[in-house]
Design a protein around this ligand. Structure first.
Ligand code: MG
Length: 532
């Protein structure tokens, strides 16, 4: 994350230098101006909460008042070549391109404002504005050959008004317009809107970045890292739900275009209020294929708890697709590689006594790659469904190789068993508190629809306590009484494990329903936060 923010700052610095050099006169005339760093771009201005018209000067002024990083607006050209601010091709049932400004301007906006011209808009956007950049969308013309003319006119107007430094980006659905802008002035920032072109192509064609529909980016999440690696700016429209806004923030987008700037400010405030926690490790699963081997390894075969599945590393059992990690249990025969292996002197004899398993699944872990002492861990997941399922999100310490389990400790962030579908369990195990003795410290919480809805299963772990949390509700709060490591072996590093088990001592207590397969745990993200 540090590397990215340096890149981002450099980019802003370069933009400032470039814009600054181009507009020395402006620097002298206008008060200090620097783009706010909150990433929020008000889509057609900030209009919704205040009930002012979209693309009005009032909506621009509200975005400035809120302190958004940018305020977006749409530019079209009238029949008499006046650049106006209008979203649709028609304005009061008049084709903008086929009517003069005088004809169009007979109709006021709903708040009594005149139909804004680009000139007036730029003037309003550079008055009493210290932080809000202008995001200028140039609408493609229906008239052949007119696109480049409009691009030239817009750029000239911005230069004539000496407001280059206020322009955060030019955006368009027309590649032709964006290319023309770059040809006229290499320093302008351009973003393509259509969502059809991969980042590499934009880079090749000299476009500065992308501004795509959120759902298109969710369909091609690998474009996010591609764009970052290519140094393209990342913007998305229109993010109006908490879910989409959270997703864009977690993926470190440069800009978030929204009809709800107030909501984004609220979410940002809430995030910074998370008591100084900083993201230190995450997998957003924005790639395809096997789980990232710089983050995850596997456990293989039969492991424990008399579970009936055989863990493999095959794509069938663990893979990343469509922006999600999928751990999938199948009903299939898998040969047991450890059958009659005399070298395995495990307490779990069944590992060598059974020649094959009737189910396959996966168990992935960060062991040997990443582990943490204290922090806040969040996993957004949908759980498998059916009798015999036993998905888990949990943690172990390396120390078990030395002192053994349960002395080494175990933290179960989320466990659920299929025969009791709607309850989520959060538990700690230690020498003094463990399930062999029936003294483990666990509690459960009712969760509505854990199978088809993503819920955030979280842990907040400090030297003083461990909290188990579902969707921000703490349902198991365990205090460290600072007695001894028999009770509290949690002042050491733990790694993370995600698995879907079939049957076993707990999941299999009521048998396995063989009609349910395959079954998946779908994970949207895993995030680890720590205090500095
Ligand atoms: Mg627009």
């Amino acid at each position: 994350m540090a590397v990215l923010s340096i890149k981002k700052n450099n980019r802003h610095l370069l933009i400032f230098i470039a814009l600054g050099l181009l507009s020395c006169k402006t620097v002298l005339q206008k008060s200090d101006f620097a783009f706010a760093k909150n990433t929020i771009i008000a889509h057609r201005g900030a209009w919704k909460a205040k009930g002012v018209p979209q693309n009005s000067i009032a909506s621009l002024q509200e975005a400035i008042r809120l302190g958004c990083t940018g305020s977006e607006f749409d530019v079209r050209m009238t029949a008499d070549s006046v650049l106006v601010i209008a979203h649709d091709a028609t304005y009061n049932n008049l084709e903008v391109e086929e009517n003069t400004y005088a004809t169009l301007a007979k109709h006021k906006l709903a708040n009594g404002e005149a139909l804004p011209t680009l000139k007036h808009y730029l003037q309003a956007g550079s008055t009493n504005n210290k932080h809000t950049g202008l995001v200028c969308e140039i609408k493609p013309s229906k008239i052949p050959g007119r696109n480049t003319f409009i691009a030239q006119k817009v750029l000239k107007m911005v230069k004539d008004e000496k407001v280059e430094r206020y322009i955060l980006a030019y955006i368009s659905f027309s590649y032709e317009i964006l290319k023309e802008l770059k040809a006229l002035d290499k320093s302008v920032v351009t973003q393509y809107l259509d969502g059809s072109k991969p980042p590499a192509l934009l880079k090749q064609d000299g476009i500065s970045g992308l501004d795509y529909l959120v759902y298109k980016l969710k369909k091609s999440p690998e474009w996010i890292n591609d764009a970052k690696e290519l140094g393209l700016t990342l913007n998305a429209w229109v993010a109006n739900s908490t879910e989409d806004i959270d997703w864009l923030l977690a993926n470190d987008f440069d800009f978030i275009t929204t009809d709800e700037p107030e909501l984004v400010f609220e979410i940002l405030k809430k995030n910074s209020d998370k008591q100084g926690y900083k993201l230190v490790w995450s997998d957003e699963f924005n790639y395809k294929g096997k789980p990232d081997d710089t983050k995850w390894g596997y456990d293989y075969g039969f492991i424990a708890n008399e579970e009936k599945q055989y863990f493999t590393d095959s794509l069938k059992n663990a893979r990343v697709e469509n922006g999600y990690l999928i751990i999938e249990a199948h009903k299939e025969k898998v040969m047991n590689k450890d059958f009659k292996n005399p070298e395995i002197k495990s307490w779990a004899k069944y590992k060598t006594q059974i020649d094959s398993a009737n189910y396959s699944s996966a168990r992935i872990k960060t062991e040997g790659i990443a582990d943490w002492k204290y922090g806040r861990i969040e996993v957004s997941a949908k759980l498998p469904k059916g009798r015999g399922m036993w998905p888990a999100i949990w943690m172990l310490s390396e120390n078990r190789k030395t002192v053994g389990w349960p002395e080494s400790g175990e933290i179960d962030i989320m466990e659920q068993v299929g025969y009791d579908n709607d309850f989520i369990h959060g538990t700690i195990h230690s020498k003094a508190f463990n399930h062999i003795k029936g003294t483990q410290k666990g509690k459960k919480i009712f969760v509505k629809d854990p199978n088809d809805t993503f819920h955030v299963y979280a842990l907040e772990w400090t030297p003083e306590k461990i909290d188990f949390i579902v969707d921000d509700v703490v349902y198991n709060h365990i205090v460290n009484n600072h007695t001894n490591t028999d009770k509290w072996p949690f002042d050491q590093k733990f790694h993370l494990i995600l698995n879907v088990s079939v049957g076993g001592m707990w999941g299999g207590q009521k048998g396995i329903d063989d009609s349910i397969f395959p079954q998946q745990m779908v994970v949207d993200y895993v995030r680890v936060f720590q205090k500095k």
